[in-house]
Design a protein around this ligand. Structure first.
Ligand code: THU
Length: 288
């Protein structure tokens, strides 16, 4: 797939593990929602509360700290270099973001994604100060991008890794000797396990993903309750779900629901979504 985004961290030392991946996904999702096909570059700098206060004072004449500042190139001139459109620089203060997430009851990473998307929309020329109409348009886009991001703000991946190993150990795979474990997380913070269950009549084997999903539904949950599905297989590479599981996932989970896939020793991780695993899914709409 053609990449149409370049994200540069201007201060490499300052970013936390996994954050760069999250910003990259947010950047990609913003371009997708805005239907931007060209190649764009954005720079991101993470600064302290004092530093953002200083910048706010110097460039915006506002003598207080803020959460995000955008210095957009587009406002002046779109700089074209090697067919890359430079959008400018976004400055975020993780310190301020941390303080705010308590206030808004957001997980920290969701707050960081929100600030980045907000800054990015400014870089594309969106504004919320000029008129209510423009503000509504910008906020609607912001929500759309956040709500369709195939990124999981909620699942505690370290906990899921432990649960996956324990689910995989229970696998009943005496015929294929290929062990698969799956964990579905629901919004109430509960984890529901599944593992593959094989049968001497091979066609009657059942995959771990479907066992975990049926287990979740049998416990009284539905698709709106599901936060993520995670998977581990005995493969050295990340072994993605089979076609039948993808079909079931597309009906029992929301299409933008995150799917985390791990290889046998948890050293490789693929973060994807139901929609990315099954584009153009057959659904009940097609039966009409
Ligand atoms: N299997 C799964 O549990 N999930 C998949 O997505 C692919 C395959 C199981 C089914 C069978 O027990 C074994 O792996 C070999 O196909």
């Amino acid at each position: 797939m053609k990449t149409n985004h370049i994200l540069e961290f201007l201060n490499q030392a300052n970013h936390e593990k996994g954050l760069k991946e999250m910003f990259t996904i947010a950047f990609k999702q913003t371009l997708k929602v805005l239907k931007k096909e060209e190649c764009y570059r954005i720079s991101l700098t993470l600064v302290s509360k004092e530093e953002i206060h200083e910048l706010n004072k110097q460039y915006r004449d506002t003598d207080r700290p803020t959460d995000v500042l955008t210095f957009a190139f587009q406002e002046a001139d779109v700089l074209m270099m090697d067919e890359v459109i430079d959008l400018g620089n976004i400055i975020i203060s993780p310190e301020v973001a941390k303080e705010q997430c308590g206030q808004y009851h957001h997980p920290y990473r969701r707050e960081m994604a929100f600030l980045f998307i907000h800054g990015l929309l400014h870089a594309f020329g969106y504004e919320h100060h000029r008129s209510t109409k423009e503000a509504e348009e910008m906020f609607a886009l912001q929500n759309e991008i956040l709500n369709t991001m195939p990124y999981d703000f909620y699942t505690n991946i370290n906990k899921v890794k432990k649960l996956l190993t324990s689910a995989q150990e229970k696998s009943l795979s005496g015929y294929s000797h290929f062990r698969v474990g799956a964990i579905v997380m629901t919004k109430d913070g509960k984890y529901h396990q599944g593992f593959n269950i094989e049968n001497s009549a091979y066609g009657d084997c059942m995959c771990a993903e479907r066992v975990a999903l049926f287990h979740t539904y049998a416990s009284g949950y539905n698709k709106e309750d599901i936060v993520s599905l995670s998977l581990i297989t005995d493969s050295e590479n990340v072994g993605t779900p089979c076609g039948s599981c993808r079909q079931v996932m597309s009906e029992l989970m929301n299409m933008n629901c995150p799917v985390h896939i791990f290889n046998c020793d948890l050293s490789k991780q693929l973060d994807t979504s139901v929609a990315d695993l099954l584009p153009y899914a057959f659904s009940k709409e097609d039966l009409k």
